[in-house]
Every structure is written in C-alpha cells, then in structure tokens.
Design a protein around this ligand. Structure first.
Ligand SMILES: Cc1ncc(COP(=O)(O)O)c(C=O)c1O
Length: 452
C-alpha cells in the first residue's frame, strides 16, 4: 500500500469523516504561503489554511506570542481576565467603526455568531432571524440555522424563526430578474415573503459582507445601507459576520468601514487568530448594557483565554507593522489583473469578482448560457493540487462552480505568478482531456475569448 492510500485508510479507520475528501498525504509543516507534505511536495496555499492564516502560516510574531504565553498563562478560570484580553479588547475598540466598542472574546466563528444571535434575541425580545441565501455562519444551532450554503439535510428542524432572503448575485440572479446588474429586486421579494411569514417577533438580520462560501458574491453598492434600513424598519439588529472579511482580507480593517455601514453587532473570527482558534463579538455600549440587564450569559470554557488573545494582538501588530491592509489591496489588484489575462484566453472563465485578496472565478460551459462547468472545476482543482497549488472550489449545483482564491496577505507577486502558471497549465490540460473525452479529438489551441 502506498503512503497516500495509507493516509486515507487511517482517516477512514480512526477519524469521523466530517465532510469532503482529504488530501492524500500527511502534511508535515506550514510556513508563510506554503505547506509541505510528507512526500516532500511544496504546495502554494491559496486558501490560507481554512481562511485563517492571513498573516501567513506560523508567522514569527504569532509563534513568539504563543511561546510567551507558555511562560505566563495558557488558560484561566473564565471569571479571571488576563492582560492580553484587556489589551486586545482595547485595540479592537480603537479600530472598529464607532459606536461599536465592547468585545466578547471566544474561540470559533460559529460560537461568535451563536453569541451575537443570542444577544440580538435578548435585546429585541424577538427570535426571528433573516440570513442571505448562500451564506455560511457556522455549524452550531443558531448559526447553522441561518447558514444556507451548508448541507442542512438529515438533522431535523433547525431553529424556529430562521428565514432566508435571496442573495444579490448579479451573475446568477436568484429571482431570474437581472443580468450583471442587481437592482435589489431579490431583497424586496425576500422582505415581502418574510413579512408574510413573520409571527411578529423580529430579532436580527445576519450577513457576510462578501458571501464567501456561497460563491464569493460581492453585493452591489448601496445594498447594505438598504439592508440596514429594512432592519431598522422592523426593529431588527443588523449583524455583520466578518469572519473572512475583517483584518485586511479586503484591503481594509473591516468591510463595515469600507461599506460605510456600521452594524449593531459585528463578529470576527478566522482572520484574527493567525491560525489559532480566536473569535470576537463586538457591539455598542447600549446593546451590551441592555443584554447585561437581561441576564446575558455566554460562559464558555475558553472565553477570555490568555493565549489566543495574545496571538490576536500579535496578528493586529503584524498587520500594522507589515502594512498588510495596503499590501492586500495592492496584491489583490495584481492578482485580479493576472486573472483577467487568463479570462481573456479561457472562454470557460465566465466571471471574475471579489475585493482585495478574496477573489472568485466562476466557471461556465458557455458565457452566454452560463451553464455551470462543475466537471472542469473539480478536475482542474485536483490537477492544481498535483502541480503544487491548493485552491478551494465552491460547488453548488444550482449556482455554479466558483474558485475562491484567498492567499495569505503576505503573498508576493512571484507567488501569484507561480500560482497563475500552475492554474493556466491545469486548466489547459483539463480542458484538453475533457474535449478529447467528449469528441475523441484534441482541443484547439487556446483562442481569444469573445468577450471578457
Ligand atoms: C463567514 C463565516 N462565518 C462563520 C464561520 C464559522 O466559523 P468556524 O468554522 O470557526 O466556526 C465561517 C467558517 O467557514 C465563515 O466562513
């Protein structure tokens, strides 16, 4: 039995399978923008791990913070507040858009949304929560109930009062109304349906500023201001889930600051922890005060733990020291330009979208019909990995195949060039194989695509 099949056998024998395939080799090490497997292969990581290694894997500042915590404190009684927690909360209060200020420091993104939704319910006295189609907020009860990109089937009823409104996807309008320009009909229809179904107990609207797992959908200008107005009309709180978008991924501290829309509650997670489990809920003094009066409790084993907060501080310092907000915008533009070159040559690249270093590439069989090309997506992803590039493909049968590209913010132009060379080769080879399979002939040489 070769090494790779033995890893997969071990996975089957001793681990609970939690979704999707696993990489066929043991991964030994991760450093900067690369991971290294047991067979000696160096893989360019364009998923930043699970979107968390935004300052690069094992950044020296993160490693130093962990080592320092080993000499001071790793974990405490949840009612004891370590210095790193005070400092991180203070730092967050300085950089979040006002009037957001107070933080609750937790471990995972699901947990942060769980806490935010509980706060919204306690604050408003309602329990109805609206999420956007295709969104992902986590796997716990409240967060999972308003996640519509995840597999919901087989677990029985979700939380009562969970609603979805169609996502503003201009490339694949969910209400089959617009093409390439969203006029927010999707939102209007969504709220009409919600109002029809509501039992009169609205609590919150929760949204990712870029719907990432749902296909890297960037809502049109003005969308979030309109969403906030709809929330206000109904007495609902607006929650931004900035798990992926905060701390530089889009070239800004927060999507909220860029959008000029300040939510009532913001959750942050993945990109704050530098690879360690760390999440936060950030809200206003007024919301915190009312929730406290009403007995808000979210007393977990790792709330306010010293180690992750020390790492979070190191991540924020690194972003400032290495000017990663600016760098993300700059490298994002470079990546976008390189992707546009490929789009000009591959008819199958139907759409490019995203901001900063969060980019989506949608694959189609035909640019006019926009029929999704799932097979090309799956096989090209596999070939990229063989050639040394890890990319995440989001496949939703009714919505298309979209690669999500999100390298660490420390990525260089040389890394991007390497990724594009691999991507080009993988796409060319895979397309060739598919054409050969379907026609028995070799694919024509790459031709200029008609419209970009
Ligand atoms: C936008 C968003 N929110 C929340 C979560 C859940 O975070 P976690 O997996 O840390 O619980 C994710 C995870 O992918 C996410 O992408």
């Amino acid at each position: 039995m070769d090494e790779s099949s033995s890893v997969q056998q071990d996975f089957r024998d001793n681990l609970i399978r939690y979704g999707g395939d696993v990489y066929p080799e043991i991964v030994e090490r991760a450093q900067g923008c690369y991971v290294f497997d047991a067979a000696g292969k160096k893989i360019l990581d364009f998923t930043s791990g699970q979107m968390c290694a935004t300052v690069g894997h094992s950044h020296p500042n993160v490693v130093a913070a962990i080592k320092k915590s080993c000499d001071t404190a790793l974990h405490l009684f949840s009612g004891m507040i370590p210095r790193s927690v005070v400092q991180l909360a203070e730092k967050l209060a300085k950089i979040v858009p006002k009037p957001l200020r107070k933080s609750l420091l937790l471990s995972t993104g699901s947990e942060s949304n769980e806490a935010a939704l509980k706060m919204a319910k306690l604050y408003t006295g309602g329990f109805e929560v609206i999420g956007l189609g295709g969104s992902w907020h986590g796997v716990t009860a409240n967060a999972g109930a308003v996640s519509y990109a995840s597999d919901r089937k087989g677990y029985g009823p979700g939380m009562p009062g969970s609603f979805a409104i169609p996502e503003p996807n201009a490339y694949r309008c969910p209400v089959k109304h617009c093409r390439d320009r969203c006029d927010r009909t999707c939102m209007n229809i969504g709220f009409e349906l919600y109002d029809m179904q509501s039992t009169g107990a609205p609590a919150a609207i929760i949204a990712e500023p870029v719907i990432s797992a749902g296909g890297v959908i960037v809502p049109p200008p003005g969308y979030f201001a309109a969403l906030q107005a709809e929330a206000r009309k109904r007495g609902m709180l607006l929650i931004f889930d900035e798990a992926q978008t905060a701390f530089g991924r889009l070239g800004h501290w927060f999507a909220a600051s860029h959008l000029n829309v300040t939510p009532d509650i913001m959750t942050v997670s993945k990109t704050l922890g530098g690879g360690m489990p760390l999440a936060g809920v950030i809200t206003t003094d007024a919301i915190e005060a009312r929730c406290h009066e009403r007995g808000f409790a979210f007393y977990t084993s790792h709330v306010s733990d010293p180690l992750p907060s020390a790492v979070g501080l190191a991540v924020l310092q690194t972003i400032e020291q290495e000017k990663l907000l600016e760098r993300s915008a700059e490298m994002g533009d470079y990546l976008d330009a390189r992707l546009a070159e490929l789009q000009a040559r591959f008819e199958e690249i139907g759409d490019l979208r995203g901001m900063g270093l969060l980019r989506g590439i949608e694959l189609v069989r035909d640019r006019e019909t926009r029929e999704p090309h799932h097979q090309l997506g799956a096989l090209t992803t596999q070939r990229c990995l063989e050639l040394g590039l890890s990319m995440n493909i989001r496949r939703r049968p009714e919505r298309g195949s979209v690669w999500r590209i999100a390298p660490p913010l420390t990525v260089t132009t040389a890394d991007i060039d390497l990724a594009m060379t691999i991507f080009d080769q993988a796409l060319t080879e895979t397309r060739d194989v598919l054409v050969r399979q379907s026609t028995g002939r070799t694919a024509p040489a790459q031709r200029a695509a008609s419209a970009v």
